[in-house]
Design a binder for this molecule. Structure first.
Ligand code: ZN
Length: 397
């Protein structure tokens, strides 16, 4: 283990090694080498990718005691002499993993140093990195202090050392938490700051982490999940946020720093307008009701049909009519695309049940309805016209 290239030199980007054997696992061809700089999935750190003699390495896993490099393509295509091959790591991906992984060590150490809050788990995702902190709540102020402290450690560019120790030697080090293995224990050490049992790859100094930025928190039962990014990911996040914010500010015609206040105002104005529009619509309905009542006051039956009018509108109009004319019955029908909708309402001085009307007409349109003796509404298929339906309803009054 100690001899593995990625442990000997975490900065190794290419290497040569002997092919020990090749094989196929569930249709996935793989190569086992005498040594490798390809890091296999483990300890929360994703595997490396890259190329072995021109063949893309798409996955690297430790199976039993060997490291399998899963390749895309034909094993027979291995170039050069069968024995020796050249491997090259996708360095952008690997270095990113090292920045995130090391940033996690530093952030975890800062939470303990400042607030004695341990990390219980770690996940290195493709966009964000998360740690679960054993705390039901972490304040913004605490996050700011932890982030500040972590970035101080980065800026101090402290060396990162690794050490192989025996179980007995462990007691010489102030470890963050118990180590799960019994032999070949690997410690990753930021002197006088962080001592950790860890099998991952790390840069050689904290400065290479670049920057650590906390992006947010989320409650996870008794823990708090803290998401963050390090190194180049900070730039990617900044670029994305810069684009979004610039776009918002441009659309609002305000400087970026005023965008939130300006957006709040636009939303508030929108709500005020909506309310004003609603009030105006209600007033119009009142006028419309007045006209309907005036035209039919002699018969006591107010009936009208419409095109494209919502059943909510019919309900409002119907209520307005009977509130103005307590001795009347109001029948309203609307044709909406392939549907028919209606309401029937009676004034307070009328005794006839409106349910009788809906009960008689719903079968005509294969419809459904609801309501009570004083007010019913319903709708169904447009098997007859709105005018015909209205005529049927009038007959029932
Ligand atoms: Zn580590």
């Amino acid at each position: 283990m100690k001899e593995l290239f990625y442990y000997q030199d975490a900065m190794m980007q290419h290497f040569t090694a002997e092919v020990i054997r090749t094989g196929i696992e569930n249709t996935r061809p793989y190569i086992v080498l005498s040594n490798t700089a390809f890091y296999p999935t483990g300890g929360g750190q994703p595997h490396d990718t890259g190329i072995i003699d021109g063949l893309p390495v798409v996955d690297v896993e430790k199976v039993d005691d060997e490291i399998r490099h899963y390749i895309e393509g034909d094993l027979d295509a291995l170039e050069g002499p069968r024995g020796e091959v050249t491997g090259r790591i996708d360095w952008k991906r690997r270095f990113d993993h090292m920045q995130q992984h090391c940033g996690q060590h530093i952030l975890t150490a800062s939470f303990v140093e400042l607030f004695n809050l341990p990390t219980v788990s770690f996940h290195l995702g493709t966009e964000l990195v998360t740690i679960d902190i054993e705390a039901s709540e972490i304040t913004e102020e605490q996050l700011a202090q932890v982030e500040k402290r972590a970035n101080e450690i980065v800026l101090e560019n402290r060396p990162i050392e690794t050490k192989w120790v025996s179980k007995e030697e462990l007691s010489d080090f102030p470890l963050r938490k118990d180590v799960s293995v019994d032999e070949d224990i690997r410690l990753v050490i930021i002197p006088d700051y962080d001592y950790n049992g860890c099998g991952g790859t790390h840069p050689t100094s904290t400065g290479q982490v670049g920057l650590i930025k906390i992006m947010g928190t989320e409650k996870m039962k008794k823990n708090t999940r803290v998401s963050f990014v390090c190194g180049n990911r900070v730039l990617n996040q900044l670029a994305m946020r810069k684009n979004v914010l610039s776009d918002i500010a441009r659309q609002l015609s305000v400087p970026e720093e005023s965008a939130a206040i300006a957006l709040r105002k636009v939303l508030d104005d929108g709500k005020t307008m909506e309310k004003a529009l609603e009030d105006a619509k209600n007033q119009l309905l009142e006028y419309e009701a007045k006209e309907l009542v005036a035209a039919s006051v002699d018969t006591g039956l107010i009936a009208a049909s419409f095109e494209n009018r919502s059943v909510q509108d019919l309900q409002k109009l119907g209520r307005a009519v009977i509130s103005q004319f307590g001795e009347g019955i109001c029948l309203l029908v609307a044709e909406n695309e392939d549907k028919l909708q209606f309401i029937a309402a009676r004034g307070s001085g009328v005794e006839k049940s409106m349910k009788e009307i809906s009960g008689a007409i719903l079968p005509l349109m294969n419809g459904k309805g609801g309501g009570n003796d004083a007010f019913v509404q319903g709708g169904g298929e447009k098997s007859i016209s709105a005018k015909e339906l209205l005529a049927e309803m009038k007959k029932l009054v």
